[in-house]
Design a protein around this ligand. Structure first.
Ligand code: OOB
Length: 541
């Protein structure tokens, strides 16, 4: 078993097997059964090209062999930062087959995040696109490799702007992913109880952590979410959110669509002019969206004349406005389901046949009967039904420990292994989850999670900043934006523009740059001497 991975205790693991949640399935087998029985059936549609099951299955085998020839193997970590593309799918499946572990980065990540992830994971390789929307990921990857000695290989896939002007830089030791191909051979299958890949946590405190997802637990998630959404081989999943995020990857998402023998359609973004025509053209039956995009889809749907009556939209990741939720069916004709999810695994959602008021007012019920969700007070005592408190969770696809951080894990979980979600919630009379707020220092910027402490540590690196605290400010479109409170160090405080540039130069992703700046003489403290984040948030709200 991978060192640094925290397995489920034996008793619970045995129960999850006995009750049929875990079935010993490995993710490298994703394409296999359909490649055998329906070789020509379309599996992935990306950039106007259609790829069949057998084609992708063979490609993944050759890629796995080629990666093995490069020395990449069992338990090796590989940072994968690819846009929604066929290469994402094939790379992941090839790594699964090798028992190597994709570490899924988001497209928005820049040098700071990629370096952090590579270092934390001890990554041996990066797989990146060439150029996406003007960002040259090959250069970013090279900067990361200079800083992280474990990184040996940089593999480059086509980005969004694959043109004749984007060849690999000459004499570079970058490797074109398309050239990685080896003689297909039998590979020893990984242990289904072992991690298959890592997702990045949205964070509760401090820097975001790596979340190991095992073959057993993720295969269960793919199967159970597909079943709950009625997604089978006739299903067409439209990926509009980044596929490196749990919501679009595996609820059932792209991987669940392929497991079920359906189609995965890759969109570059949730922008209506991209997503809506594609949804109509390909007959999408399921997609996943962050709430911030719903109003935009509703305002523009008519323009694109797409028939979305067969589409189910899973909305989650941030607070969903009940009024917006109620308008989904009347304006889009689509079915809404409301999801509370975490990369850590816990999932609650409303079902497709729930009356429309249910997704407007709750996040539904857990994925399965073995999920244990509780609302507790500050001392972990369970609260009576209806009361708002801390949501904690345990279950067959909820992790038992972040990767290789025992000290953090000691406080991130209760003594009996429940994950502290950092969310404040209650259960309504029907037993459905209602998320009411957050106790963690994370700003939810339209579904993109910004760890306050991460940004603060970069801000205080500025010579003119003595102390900094980042808090959410309400925003009509994104739900929340970020506001940095800064205590200047003697001289004049830097401006917002200066600070943003400073953070960009430090390689921080753009969505983490503060939207607003407040200069303050001293940060307010709570009774125990911690910075009073709530007081600051109330000040700007
Ligand atoms: C999804 O996963 P993450 O890991 O990016 O973020 C998890 C956090 C939760 O702890 C909660 O604070 C927030 O996002 N959240 C919601 C929510 N769903 C998630 N807050 C309010 N209302 C909701 N419906 O965001 C994610 C993963 C899988 C499926 C869907 C979302």
């Amino acid at each position: 078993m991978l060192t640094g991975f925290v397995p489920w205790p034996e008793g619970l693991a045995a129960r999850y097997h006995r009750e049929g949640y875990w079935r010993g399935e490995v993710l490298g087998d994703l394409l296999r059964p359909w490649a055998r029985t329906h070789p020509d059936r379309i599996a992935v549609i990306a950039r106007g090209r259609r790829y069949g099951y057998a084609e992708l299955d063979g490609w993944a085998d050759r890629l796995a062999a080629g990666l093995a020839d490069l020395g990449i193997g069992h338990h090796d970590r590989v940072v994968v930062q690819l846009p929604n593309s066929v290469e994402f799918v094939v790379t992941c499946v090839a790594l699964f087959r090798l028992g190597a572990l994709p570490v899924l980065a988001l497209p928005a990540h820049r040098r700071a995040e990629l370096t952090y992830l590579s270092e934390y994971a001890g990554a041996v390789a990066l797989v990146v696109p060439d150029v996406v929307q003007g960002t040259d990921h090959r250069l970013l990857a090279q900067e990361v490799r200079e800083r992280v000695p474990s990184v040996k290989h940089i593999l480059v896939a086509p980005g969004s702007a694959r043109t004749a002007e984007e060849p690999l830089p000459p004499h570079s030791d970058l490797i074109a992913l398309a050239d990685v191909s080896g003689e297909v051979r039998e590979l020893p299958p990984p242990d289904p109880a072992d991690p298959a890949f890592f997702l990045l946590s949205g964070g509760t405190t401090g820097l975001p952590k790596l979340i190991p997802r095992t073959h057993d637990d993720y295969a269960f998630q793919l199967r159970a979410t597909a079943e709950a959404m009625g997604f089978d081989e006739r299903g067409v999943y439209l990926a509009v959110l980044p596929v490196g995020h749990n919501a679009a990857l595996g609820c059932p998402g792209v991987l669940g669509a392929l497991r079920a023998g359906g189609k995965a359609v890759m969109a570059a973004s949730p922008a209506p002019d991209e997503a809506l025509p594609l949804a109509g053209r390909e007959g999408a039956t399921l997609t996943t969206l962050m709430p911030a995009f719903l109003p935009l889809w509703m305002e523009t749907a008519e323009l694109f004349d797409a028939d979305l009556s067969g589409l189910t939209i899973e909305v989650g990741g941030a607070r969903l406005d009940p009024e917006v939720a109620r308008q989904v069916r009347p304006t889009l004709g689509a079915t809404l389901t409301h999801w509370f999810g975490m990369a850590e695994g816990v999932l609650c959602f409303t079902r497709r046949d729930d009356p429309p008021e249910v997704p407007a007012t709750s996040q539904g019920t857990p994925l399965c009967a073995a999920d244990e969700l509780k609302i507790v007070d500050d001392s972990d005592m369970e609260l009576p039904a209806g009361q708002v408190g801390h949501l904690i969770a345990r279950g067959p696809c909820t992790l038992r420990g972040y990767y290789d951080v025992p000290e953090h894990n000691a406080t991130a979980f209760t003594a009996d292994g429940f994950l502290r979600t950092g969310d404040l919630a209650r259960f309504d009379e029907a037993g459905r989850l209602v998320v009411e707020g957050r106790a963690k220092s994370v700003i939810n910027r339209g579904g993109e999670k910004v760890s306050a402490e991460e940004v603060e540590s970069h801000l205080t690196a500025h010579p003119a900043v003595r102390a900094a605290t980042v808090v959410p400010v309400p925003d009509a479109t994104l739900g929340e934006k970020t506001c940095a409170f800064v205590v200047a160090d003697g001289r004049a405080a830097p401006s917002l523009a200066e600070l943003k540039e400073f953070l960009s130069e430090r390689g921080l992703a753009e969505f983490k740059l503060p939207d607003r700046l407040e200069t303050i003489d001293a940060l307010p403290l709570t009774g125990v001497g911690k910075v009073d984040r709530r007081a600051l948030a109330e000040r700007v709200a």
